[in-house]
Design a binder for this molecule. Structure first.
Ligand code: PLP
Length: 394
């Protein structure tokens, strides 16, 4: 019996590639939920998702579709949705995108997996900006690729710098690079010129370019430029999660160079068959809900203003430029060398939940915390108020 148990244990040993780190923000959420269960009012600034629901147009379309058959769709996505996404690039960016290059995905998360599988071999090195969204490096690792973190600085608005990319490439060749603008956790953006220079540098060096454009539409400082406008060879990844407030619908898209369409179609056929049908129907109708989503965006702008104006008086005067998305990345090194502990204490004592920078940056994350301002105006005001009182500055 003992022998059987022992051999069963050996059989269910998890693979080394599955040994990816957890997402610390989930620990913060769990701690906040425990406080709330004890009757405490917590201000939630930790999770990166909109408080608003999907546009009414999307909800109505989904309700309408529920009466009928919800069947598989083509693996690349419903044709009319792919065409609608392509049209979106004409409307927003003034460029023609062939609907044949559009692939519907289960959120941008599935887009990363498909892009990495479609472009890279095991062992390939892929450059990422540090700090950055943790699943990039964790998915790459799980697929046997090597994430290469490149430090960013104020000089480049916390974006990858072409010279740093080339230096990493010369040290050991890179197969790809992934950037996000607006970025998570920093909320910073690359100008069109900076993005263009980086894409040019990467492509001249034979480095494949992936652009995570999930926060497009949520730009306040200046307009975000899509890589689709700058290169026909870049892989674009986008999602309905953020601008369209559809996180739980798990729906996104890619725009890929023509030679990648069929390989990614074959991957998606095998990995997922197709993307949830109800979500595809809702997503297509979401484009008709832009006026509603613009109002939601104005709410974020207002929250951003409250934090940008209020946090310095509350004691957090150093943060990265909050250009876009709905994040503010604040330097707390004046108070602590351990952002995880700082976030834990801020939650326990000020009842404000925020995410420690160590989630996003293994090098300097201990000096930062991230606030997500995708909630209500009251939450933004309460954050300034409570943090200020807690730090003894109000
Ligand atoms: C930068 C970035 N990319 C991608 C995602 C994944 O989003 P989804 O899979 O919902 O499209 C997130 C989620 O927070 C994100 O912040």
């Amino acid at each position: 019996m003992e022998q059987m148990l022992k051999s069963a244990k050996e059989l269910v040993t998890a693979s080394a590639r599955s040994d990816v780190p957890p997402f610390i923000v989930m620990d913060v959420m769990a701690a906040a939920a425990r406080l709330e269960a004890a009757g405490v009012h917590v201000v939630h600034m930790e999770v990166g998702q909109p408080a608003a629901p999907a546009p009414a147009t999307a909800l109505a379309a989904a309700r309408g579709a529920l009466g009928g058959r919800i069947a598989y769709t083509e693996s690349l996505g419903i044709g009319s949705l792919r065409a609608r996404i392509a049209r979106h690039y004409g409307e927003r960016n003034g460029i023609a995108v062939d609907p044949a290059r559009v692939i519907v995905t289960t959120g941008s998360s599935a887009g990363f997996m498909l892009a990495f599988l479609g472009l890279f071999e095991p062992g390939d090195r892929v450059a990422l900006a540090n700090p950055g969204y943790p699943p990039y490096r964790h998915i790459l690792k799980a697929l046997g690729c090597e994430p290469v973190l490149i430090e960013t600085s104020a000089a480049t608005r916390w974006a990858l710098d072409p010279a740093a990319l080339l230096a990493a490439h010369r040290a050991t060749p890179l197969a790809g690079v992934l950037v996000a603008s607006p970025a998570n956790p920093t909320g910073t953006m690359m100008t069109g010129e900076a993005l263009s220079r980086l894409i040019g540098t990467a492509e001249d060096a034979g480095i494949r370019f992936i652009s995570d454009e999930i926060y497009h539409g949520l730009d306040y400082a200046f307009a975000a430029v899509t890589a689709a406008q700058l290169s026909g060879r870049a892989v674009i990844i986008n999602s309905f999660s953020k601008y369209f407030c559809m996180t739980g619908w798990r729906i996104g898209w890619m725009v890929v160079p023509e030679p990648l369409v069929r390989p990614i179609e074959r991957l998606q056929q095998n990995l997922a068959i197709s993307v949830p049908t109800l979500s595809q129907v809702a997503a297509e109708a979401a484009f008709d809900g832009r006026a509603e989503m613009e109002a939601v965006k104005h709410g974020y702008e207002e929250n951003r203003r409250i934090l940008v104006e209020g946090l310095p008086g509350a004691g957090l005067e150093h943060f990265l430029p909050a250009d876009g998305a709905f994040y503010l990345y604040a330097d707390v090194s004046r108070f602590t060398n351990d952002s995880h502990d700082f976030a834990r204490r801020m939650l326990a004592e000020a009842h404000v939940a925020a995410t420690p920078g160590v989630d996003f940056d293994p090098v300097n994350g201990h000096k930062f915390i991230r606030f997500c301002y995708a909630g209500s105006r009251e939450d933004a005001r309460a954050t300034v108020e409570r943090v200020g009182r807690w730090l003894g500055r109000r």
